[in-house]
Design a protein around this ligand. Structure first.
Ligand SMILES: [Zn+2]
Length: 504
């Protein structure tokens, strides 16, 4: 048990103090604390509830087992002079004075990975990175059988992991009938939803109809293919992943002006010309596409973070957090290599970056317009590719939503309540609200001022001419189980250092 861990816990009744703290410590010599409490109280918290409402506080929050059961407002003056009426003591308590409490972050575009480019990478690395970054739920959009097993282990709290929604990859089909059969198989295998990419229109029509019948939600990586966003609108896709098919549906001639040498399967080509796609969309047509999405309730999960290397390669390659948090297997995978998806930076030019910067400007304007008109925006990271690390990628995504022009309260809403809605879990997850699942984070600092306080690397502040390390998530509470995020971060750093040692 770390010193911080002990300090962060305080138990009110002296009689129970030794028993409780000892009881807690015996089970918390590592971050894997598969322990839920009958009563956990978080004291004196500022709350950002995830709905988009302004921050408010202080509150005492009561968690009983896996649920938030009470949120009691405090009179700050009465708190000061000790006369405030407080909720009864918990089995364990977390002092959140000066801290912010948010719903646990939801990562809408996750890949639970235990290998990169064929080399083994411990899945614990991925899962602990998520928890250390305050992520309590992931939607795995590349799920296979292994993911289903991890989902069960996570649900039983046998492993330190966010809760997992497993979206199985549609394996492709030759006919509509076969497509329907494949959808039924995904449902029978126990997947929560389906991830789709690269299908032709007739196949998509059949599989989407069957998915609706089976009650499977569909996340569609809408590419530059036969289908585009008009098909998502027509067939009722749950969420568009990334963005390509949106501007593609708004090009006047119906096809981007590719050079004759263009090859979609060559990733240098594909990502280079993707950087010139938004500029070719006609703005008036684009607004019609966005309105069509809104009317058909097609949400948008843009994953802004995963393309950032395209507009600023050096920034992506020299992330200071790599020094301690980048696993050597992932590091190897990131290196330019045509056989690794997303590792396409071979001869990347200032011209490519300039096009991509413009691409981002139009894309961000479209996102703002989409929400203003009533569209539902989520937030996901797609990490494990293109210089994005698990968890860090999602926090970077929040910074980019802010850059797009959204108020930080809306950004928090994107990554909590909106993501829960896209998952169909809006009555259980994504809010700090009585009756909801106790998925909460206690943050050292105010994310509305600075999303960087969420990174395990934290931030700095000056007090009395001294630089102090601050920030970071202090507690990630998943399903009522508190994980001490700095301890998780320490375990990750040790895991990375050991893997590097082994590699030498
Ligand atoms: Zn992905």
């Amino acid at each position: 048990m770390s010193k911080n861990f002990a300090r962060a816990l305080s138990v009110l009744f002296l009689a129970s103090f030794i028993f409780q703290l000892t009881g807690f410590s015996q089970k918390t010599n590592s971050s894997v604390t598969p322990k839920r409490y009958n009563r956990l109280v978080i004291r004196n918290a500022m709350i950002i509830d995830g709905s988009g409402k302004p921050a408010s506080g202080p509150y005492d929050i009561v968690v009983e087992n896996d649920l938030i059961t009470q949120i009691a407002a405090l009179d700050p003056a009465a708190v000061k002079d000790g006369t405030a009426k407080r909720v009864a003591a918990g089995e364990v308590e977390i002092d959140a004075s000066g801290k912010y409490v948010l719903p646990g972050l939801i990562n809408l575009h996750a890949h639970t990975q235990d290998e990169r480019g064929g080399a083994a990478q411990p899945v614990e690395y991925c899962m602990k990175m998520w928890l250390a970054c305050g992520i309590t739920t992931v939607r795995d959009v590349g799920a296979g059988q292994k993911t289903l097993a991890w989902r069960e282990q996570s649900a039983k709290n046998e492993i330190a992991s966010p809760r997992i929604f497993a979206y199985g990859v549609f394996p492709g089909a030759k006919t509509g009938a076969e497509a329907r059969e494949k959808v039924r198989q995904l449902k029978q295998s126990g997947f929560d939803g389906m991830k789709l990419f690269g299908v032709d229109r007739d196949i998509m029509e059949a599989l989407m109809d069957e998915a609706h019948k089976q009650g499977l939600r569909v996340a569609h990586h809408t590419g530059v293919e036969e289908t585009n966003t008009w098909d998502d609108i027509k067939f009722g896709t749950t969420s568009i992943e990334h963005w390509y098919g949106i501007p593609d549906a708004a090009i006047e001639s119906g096809r981007q002006n590719f050079p004759s040498s263009y090859n979609y399967n060559n990733e240098v080509d594909r990502f280079r010309y993707a950087g010139r796609l938004w500029r070719e969309a006609d703005w008036e047509r684009l607004l019609k596409v966005l309105d069509g999405m809104i009317e058909a309730r097609v949400a948008w999960d843009p994953t802004l973070d995963i393309y950032e290397a395209s507009r600023d390669l050096q920034r992506a390659q020299t992330n200071p957090a790599f020094a301690e948090y980048l696993h050597p297997v992932l590091e190897e995978y990131f290196k330019p290599n045509p056989s690794n998806h997303g590792s396409y930076f071979i001869g990347w030019t200032s011209t490519d970056e300039a096009f991509w910067k413009e691409n981002y400007r139009i894309w961000m304007r479209a996102l703002l317009e989409f929400e203003r008109r009533g569209g539902l925006i989520g937030a996901g990271e797609d990490a494990g590719f293109i210089y994005q690390m698990y968890g860090f990628g999602l926090i970077r995504e929040l910074e980019l939503h802010q850059e797009a022009g959204f108020h930080p309260l809306k950004v928090v809403q994107h990554v909590t309540a909106n993501n829960a809605r896209i998952l169909g879990q809006e009555d259980k997850l994504g809010r700090v609200r009585t009756g909801y699942k106790a998925d909460l984070i206690v943050v050292n600092g105010n994310p509305l001022e600075n999303f960087k306080v969420l990174y395990p690397t934290g931030t700095e502040e000056i007090r009395d001419r001294q630089v102090y390390k601050t920030g970071g998530v202090e507690w990630t509470i998943k399903d009522g189980i508190p994980f001490h995020a700095p301890t998780l971060a320490k375990e990750i750093r040790e895991m990375v250092a050991k893997a590097r040692q082994m590699k030498k």
